[in-house]
Design a protein around this ligand. Structure first.
Ligand code: ARG
Length: 493
């Protein structure tokens, strides 16, 4: 029996104890190559770390180790150059790598699996892949945060109605509102960074579940693979998918935030609100109604959130019944994760584009502040300052709102005598305090909507964005990958 091929001519990684090959329907159903092929480069890097570590531990001799590393490097460089496709009859990418390696270097290729199982191998490849993607998502989240921050600075002074229950509540500024989105996605960026760290535990060395009788050094393997640390328990090392759940949660919450922005874009671009307009490049028309300009990008963004939340819920459901250690159910980690990562990356791109591209209509927002009695609380607060208990002031101003509604005017436009019938403590000078610009200016605490405070939020956000960008720029490639690139991978330990 040659290069990992069973008697029946199939490239199985077993064979010895089987008399027949696998039923084709079972192979189709259980195979993962069609989707785990995207882990090939990361598995090759993990394999290089494993071989290099075996070599340093003298489990592999110089000649064998060099041939394996040469073979793995050749595969990796052809993949990177686009000269090789990950395809074939193999069950998964791990089988593909061992078969491809053995085809190239001969039977010594079988030594790559010394002290290793696909159970620790698959976790290592997935963790390396996920860490790369999460770093990319952090960058995408920072771009979105920066887009909102830039627009917030631009609209620091422009007042708009703030809402609760989607009813006009109190005036804020557009800049303040946009900084709320920037803040949320900055928290997402930190959460994604933390999920990347959580994915940094190396399972290599745990093998199937119980480690290996070879003299392996999992700590060294982890270091060579560019991971943070080695596993502490070999059973958990191959059973653990908490890092997948954490990444899915981080992306699901990110999407949830972007989805709320999406709903606001749908509302704001409707003629009823008229607060904003999408540029042509970001909007779609109707195949039937010539007048339409639809915020479809926002709807799709909101719609895709459902499936990312579904990926999280589905994967937790997969996990919850599994006994330790490895079970093939765990193979179901990949498709939801890949889908969530791809969807999150695309969603961040269109979020940054819409945040930059939306044309706001501050005059419409300002006009909307005049309908809805946004300064009612501030009138009550003035009465409170002159000694009226708040609950009583609330009742008095409520009556004034009724009176203004009947006359079809704003609170500040009520004749003083009418105002006083409702609020006996009202005075002429109170009325200038009811101007929305004055109301916003009076909300002058840290994190509040006064333009100067929005300016502070902008400055703080810019500092955090710069800090997280530095973190990302300083990330290093795994040491074995750097050695492969610089041609030192085959140097004797
Ligand atoms: N294809 C599997 C996965 O994606 C890796 C193989 C795990 N080991 C096994 N004995 N089936 O998780």
């Amino acid at each position: 029996m040659g290069t990992g091929e069973g008697d029946h001519g199939e490239p199985d990684l077993w064979g010895g104890r089987f008399r027949t090959g696998l039923d084709p329907a079972v192979r189709r159903f259980t195979g993962s190559l069609s989707f785990d092929r995207r882990l090939a480069r990361h598995d090759l890097v993990a394999s290089m770390a494993h071989v290099r570590s075996l070599w340093e531990a003298r489990v592999l001799e110089d000649g064998d180790a060099r041939r394996l590393l040469e073979g793995l490097s050749g595969i990796l460089s052809e993949l990177e150059e686009g000269e090789l496709e990950v395809e074939g009859p193999d069950e998964d990418v791990h089988g593909w790598i061992e078969r491809t390696l053995t085809d190239r270097v001969g039977a010594v290729g079988g030594k790559v699996h010394t002290g290793r199982s696909r159970n620790d191998q698959t976790g290592a490849a997935l963790r390396l892949y996920l860490r790369e993607r999460l770093a990319g998502l952090v960058a995408g989240a920072l771009d979105a945060a920066e887009a909102w921050t830039d627009r917030a600075e631009e609209h620091r002074e422009d007042v708009m109605p703030g809402y609760t229950h989607l009813q006009p509540a109190q005036p804020v500024t557009l800049g303040h509102h946009l900084m709320a989105h920037a803040r949320a996605v900055l928290a997402d960026a930190r959460r994604l960074r933390d999920a990347r760290r959580e994915a940094g535990v190396s399972p290599l060395g745990a093998a199937a579940l119980a480690g290996s009788s070879h003299r392996l050094d999992p700590g060294r393997t982890a270091q060579l693979a560019g991971l943070e640390e080695a596993y502490d328990n070999s059973v958990l090392a191959v059973s653990d998918r908490d890092y997948v759940a954490a990444a899915l949660f981080s992306v699901a919450l990110l999407m949830t935030h972007l989805s709320r922005w999406a709903t606001e874009m749908v509302l704001w671009t409707s003629p009823q609100f008229g607060f904003a307009e999408l540029p042509d490049g970001l909007a779609q028309g109707s195949s039937l109604m010539p007048q339409k300009k639809n915020p479809e990008v926002a709807e799709v963004l909101r719609g895709k959130t459902g499936r990312v939340v579904g990926a999280l819920a589905g994967f937790l459901t997969t996990l919850k019944g599994l006994p330790l250690a490895y079970n093939s159910d765990l193979q179901e980690d990949k498709e939801p994760l890949f889908d969530a990562l791809d969807t999150g990356a695309g969603a961040l791109e269109v979020t940054a584009a819409t945040a930059r591209g939306l044309r706001f209509h501050p005059a419409r927002m300002r006009a909307a502040c005049d309908r809805g009695f946004l300064a009612a609380t501030d009138l009550a607060d003035e009465l409170v300052r002159r000694g009226t208990p708040f609950r009583e002031a609330h009742r008095q101003v409520g009556r004034a709102v009724l009176a203004a509604e009947e006359r079809g005017c704003g609170l500040a436009d009520l004749p003083l005598d009418v105002l006083r019938e409702c609020c006996p403590g009202a005075e002429e000078e109170m009325r200038e305090r009811l101007d929305v610009e004055a109301v916003v200016a009076s909300r002058d605490g840290r994190g509040d909507p006064a333009p100067a405070r929005v300016g502070e939020q902008v400055r703080r956000a810019r500092e955090e964005i710069a800090g997280l960008r530095r973190w990302r720029d300083e990330l290093e490639e795994p040491p074995v990958y750097r050695a492969y690139r610089s041609g030192t991978l085959l140097e004797a330990p």
